[in-house]
Design a protein around this ligand. Structure first.
Ligand code: NAD
Length: 498
């Protein structure tokens, strides 16, 4: 396949940088998908200045007019959906049905945002004084930095970029360094859709070299970050240094599926297969803990381990593949570290994951799932609290719903929780006592839809979810009051008598 030479995109022009870096297929490290510019702080200055300039006229358009640009983009994305799906799989390794799901989710976001342009973006509200009209309105913030991870390389950028520009902001997009070619393709579509120069700017490169100066830039009003807890926390701290700067940070998880004593076991097993091993466990919402009632655990563990051993691992481009490679060799080391830690902490290994290096696996970052049983739950156990972001799954037997939720809550994270039960009273209690931002009943812990907010609580997110939720992060909600009388009458009974 042809190698793509990705470029930066600033003020409506494709631009290079002095140095490039390669995008490598994680299923075959000999397959160089393309190269991308290794941007620097000087490129950040140019891109922010382009966005700042474009903001002056972009904000003057109506929401409907801006939504029409997004609608054109949506139509182009629909035309190229198969190309985007294949690029997602080739660049980040996930199975092609997931590559397609990523691209379809990106398309859904574009369709949703195009429709939002004709929906109310503020409302009138009664004033205490009859002669006044009060309004609550949304105003754009200015230049917005969108910094995104590699694991949903088409969907997550659109969750944040499209609502930002719909609301009248302009954007500097910094995609993950592992997936620049998908980002380049999205930018080609923005270009073809005819957005005015400077509305969406793209800078490729590494976190410290381009992400950091972007976050710190004085003309960046808001940062929409999705990625690891460490980087998100750092970005929150940087933003806190400037009173005007806002950061929405969506971060990692140590998600769980809770299987209660009355659960449908077949459904529980399927939910835990999908939740744990799609994207090879590299979803922020991946199930890495199965917290299960003791009554069901022996049969569940036996049948689950049998199924896990049959998972088809391979190049995501093959339709039969269920689980692709890890994103990079460093992820294999991280997975090995978490596995070793589990054994050291007392795990009973049920499925001994291995690094796969023979035959078709020789040039990829392939591992098989690691599944263990952890009986005798202890608080503060590293392997049960920290994100492994890989096919690393603990089965934790517990006695009853209340212990299940106690165990669930014993992590700093609070992203996704699924509960498998037939009892409506039980799922309601779990919903109200488990700490999460995304909850599911009789489903896996994965399965976002763009018209719902996507975010976590505790260390998983700082309260500003993506997708449906992001409009609140990219706009100031202003109060605006108009007096229709000749005299001034204020609320709370203040008068103008001197
Ligand atoms: P990462 O934090 O390493 O990188 C994310 C982005 O931040 C990349 O674009 C990277 O270049 C940039 N970055 C790195 N250092 C930076 C710095 N100092 N300043 C500014 N930008 C910087 O994360 P990743 O490995 O790409 O993604 C995996 C992580 O993302 C996991 O923890 C996963 O759970 C999380 N994630 C969260 C969500 C969510 O919505 N909550 C969704 C997907 C992934």
């Amino acid at each position: 396949m042809a190698t793509v030479i990705a470029k930066n995109y600033v003020h409506g022009e494709w631009r290079d940088a002095a140095q490039q870096f390669e995008s490598v297929n994680p299923a075959n490290r000999n397959d160089i998908i393309g190269t991308a510019p290794r941007s620097t702080a000087a490129d950040v200055d140019d891109a922010v200045s382009s966005a700042k300039h474009a903001y002056e006229s972009w904000r003057e358009l109506s929401w409907v007019k801006r939504a029409e640009y997004v609608d054109t983009f949506a139509q182009l994305l629909r035309r190229d959906i198969e190309e985007v799906s294949a690029l997602v799989t080739r660049e980040c390794g996930k199975a092609i049905n997931e590559g397609r799901a990523d691209a379809v989710e990106a398309l859904h976001m574009a369709q949703y945002v195009a429709g939002l342009g004709r929906m109310p973006n503020g409302f009138t509200i009664s004033s205490e004084v009859a002669s006044k009209d009060a309004f609550i309105l949304r105003k754009p913030k200015g230049v917005i930095a969108c910094i995104t991870p590699w694991n949903f390389p088409s969907a997550i950028p659109l969750w944040v970029i499209l609502p930002a520009i719909l609301a009248g902001n302009t954007v500097v997009f910094k995609p993950a360094e592992q997936t620049p070619i998908v980002a380049h393709k999205l930018q080609e579509l923005f270009h073809e859709a005819g957005f005015p120069a400077g509305v969406v700017n793209l800078l490729h490169g590494f976190g410290e070299e381009v992400g950091d100066p972007l976050v710190k830039h004085k003309d960046v009003a808001a940062i929409l970050f999705t990625g690891s807890r460490a980087v998100g926390k750092y970005i929150q701290q940087v933003a806190a240094g400037d009173a005007f700067k806002f950061a929405a940070t969506e971060m990692g998880g140590k998600n769980a599926t809770i299987v209660l004593a009355d659960a449908d076991l077949d459904l529980a097993i399927n939910a835990c297969l999908l939740g744990a091993f799609k994207t090879s466990g590299q979803r922020c919402v991946s199930t890495s803990r199965i917290i299960i009632d003791r009554a069901l655990e022996p049969e569940f563990s036996r049948r689950y381990a049998e199924k896990v051993a049959k998972i088809k691992i391979g190049d995501g481009m093959r339709e039969e593949t269920f689980m692709g490679p890890l994103i990079e060799p460093g992820s294999i080391e991280k997975w090995q570290f978490h596995n070793a830690k589990a054994v050291e902490e007392g795990a009973e290994v049920l499925v001994q994951g291995e690094v796969l290096t023979d035959g078709d696996y020789a040039n990829g970052n392939f591992v098989s799932p690691f599944v263990y049983r952890f009986d005798g739950y202890k608080k503060n156990t590293f392997c049960l609290r920290e994100e492994a972001f890989s096919p690393h799954v603990a089965i934790i037997p517990v006695s009853g719903m209340e212990e299940a939720v106690d165990v669930y809550n014993d992590t700093d994270y609070g992203l996704a929780m699924a509960v498998i039960t037939e009892d409506y009273r039980k799922w309601r209690w779990v919903r109200d006592h488990a700490e999460f931002g995304l909850g599911y009943v009789n489903l896996p812990s994965i399965g976002a839809e763009v018209h719902l907010p996507f975010g976590g609580v505790k260390a998983s997110g700082n309260g500003h979810p993506g997708a449906e939720g992001i409009l609140d992060s990219v706009t100031h909600r202003i109060a605006f009051t108009v007096n229709h009388a000749r005299e001034i009458v204020l609320a709370q009974g203040l008068s103008t008598t001197i």
